[in-house]
Design a binder for this molecule. Structure first.
Ligand code: ADP
Length: 448
């Protein structure tokens, strides 16, 4: 489909030098916040003018249905640039009332953290680029962005639009390449002030070690194994549709996917059979076929990983109510799968599969569901389906997860922070929360 440069350590070095120069002494350094905001708005406008092209690139590169890229990836990415454009002029400090003996005038400044390395995954390539670049640029950082080796095309096109919008040279530096060849030297680079990473928990831990050399700041958005909880008071059809969407959206290649379905006893059979029945309505095929609702997984490696977990689940004693294997004999398609007869000790319940596979278990009461739901090393997201507003809030308060969706799922907004508890990450993306991770606070104290 396309040939893409394989960036290596020296390319990362060159990109870091350019970002450093532009941050320390280049035009970015002196540009007004208003101008930074205008550039971000201009980029959003240009991206909007090229929406269809981006949607097609995303579908071609990742495999996702074109309709999904049109409805989710592209508009959310554009909105992220618009939202952050507004923040560029609102990065403020405080005046601080001092109690130290004497008289002082003290205030804080919020300054850009500096040169940031940003490493992103392949599941939402353009959107992840937007989540990373938009806040960094709004506050005045310069960036070296490394897209995933599986899906570099939309980031490269975005780079062209960044030039067209008029961002000064060196502000955004996109280096394509593999994790070991380009990602690792970026994470370790001594002239990088911060690394922002989205990907697997395993690689997140490697990033952390690489960052230790110069103690660069680190933010991480990692894996998940989200509990999606259905209470028996809920309208069953709504819960079924919600549970199916929570796991099957984007072929299940979503870090916040509702991959552990817990259903209150009394409606368990009805709900899981409903989700199994729902899989028959999912049309699998090319992302460019308008009737298709589930595309292929991103790669051969991902296909082996997901089918490996399916075999493992069966060998652990799980039963499939729907799916359970590869779909067809060519391409990277996997059947949407519902596994029952599962328990908390199984690896398919404990580990992130990152495919269209949900594991389901019944529960008795609130105490039990809270302990099941929180029995995981992850803490990115969770879902609750109930009409009981009191139970909904009580459960939400006790879940160890960065996002809790009640009677909805996979709802994202540039203004709504997103990130993980426990091994799902450090820091938050989006909202004003993300601005903290791209800024330093400077305290200035003046004796009067
Ligand atoms: P997945 O398991 O979903 O493919 P990864 O965590 O392996 O996700 O990859 C996410 C991003 O991290 C990609 O851009 C990849 O190239 C990059 N990456 C992988 N390994 C490393 C590494 N050791 N150091 C830095 N970046 C890496």
């Amino acid at each position: 489909m396309a040939h893409v440069a394989q960036g290596e350590k020296e390319d990362i070095d060159r990109a870091v030098r350019a970002a450093r120069r532009t941050f320390d002494s280049g035009p970015w350094h002196t540009m007004t916040p208003s101008m930074r905001g205008r550039l971000l708005n201009k980029l959003a406008d240009l991206a909007e003018q090229h929406s269809e092209e981006f949607a097609q690139l995303e579908s071609l590169d990742n495999g996702k249905p074109l309709s999904v890229a049109r409805a989710a990836d592209v508009p959310l990415a554009i909105d992220m640039f618009c939202y952050m454009a507004g923040w560029a002029t609102k990065i403020e400090g405080n005046t601080i009332p001092m109690s130290f003996p004497g008289q002082y005038f003290a205030y804080t400044l919020r300054e850009p953290v500096g040169v940031v390395g940003q490493i992103i995954p392949w599941n939402f390539p353009l959107l992840m680029a937007a989540w990373k670049l938009a806040p960094a640029l709004a506050v005045g950082c310069t960036s070296i962005l490394k897209p995933a080796q599986q899906t570099p095309l939309s980031a490269l096109r975005l780079g062209e639009l960044i030039m067209e919008a008029g961002f000064p040279a060196g502000v955004v530096n996109i280096v394509t390449g593999f994790g070991s060849g380009a990602g690792a030297p970026l994470a370790a680079h001594p002239a990088v002030d911060k690394i922002a990473f989205t990907g697997s928990t395993e690689v997140g831990k490697m990033i952390l070690q690489a960052a230790a050399g110069n103690l660069k700041k680190v933010s991480l958005e990692l894996g998940g194994k989200a509990p999606n909880i259905v209470l028996k008071d809920m309208d069953v059809q709504t819960a079924i549709a919600g549970a199916a969407h929570a796991i099957f959206f984007n072929q299940g290649q979503v870090c916040c996917a509702g991959s552990r379905l817990y259903v209150e006893k009394g409606v368990f059979d009805q709900v899981v059979e409903g989700v199994a029945e729902h899989t028959k309505k999912i049309k699998i095929g090319s992302g460019f076929d308008p009737s298709v609702t589930m595309g292929p997984l991103v790669s051969d490696e991902q296909l082996s990983r997901v089918t490996g977990y399916l075999q493992l689940g069966m060998s652990e004693g799980a039963k499939s109510l729907a799916g359970g294997q590869r779909y067809g004999d060519h391409g990277y398609f996997v059947e949407p799968t519902v596994l029952v007869s599962t328990n908390q000790n199984m690896r398919v319940v404990r580990e992130e599969i990152f495919g269209p596979v949900v594991v389901a278990q019944p529960f008795d009461d609130l105490d039990e569901i809270l302990s099941l739901a929180n029995d995981t090393v992850f803490g990115l997201s969770a879902g609750i389906w109930t009409r009981d507003i009191s139970k909904a809030h009580r459960i939400a308060a006790q879940l160890k997860a960065g996002t809790v969706w009640i009677n909805c799922y996979n709802v994202f907004d540039a203004a709504l922070p997103f990130g993980g508890y426990k091994q799902s990450g450090w820091g938050r993306e989006m909202g004003h929360a993300v601005l903290e991770s791209y800024t330093e606070v400077k305290s200035v104290c003046i004796g009067l």
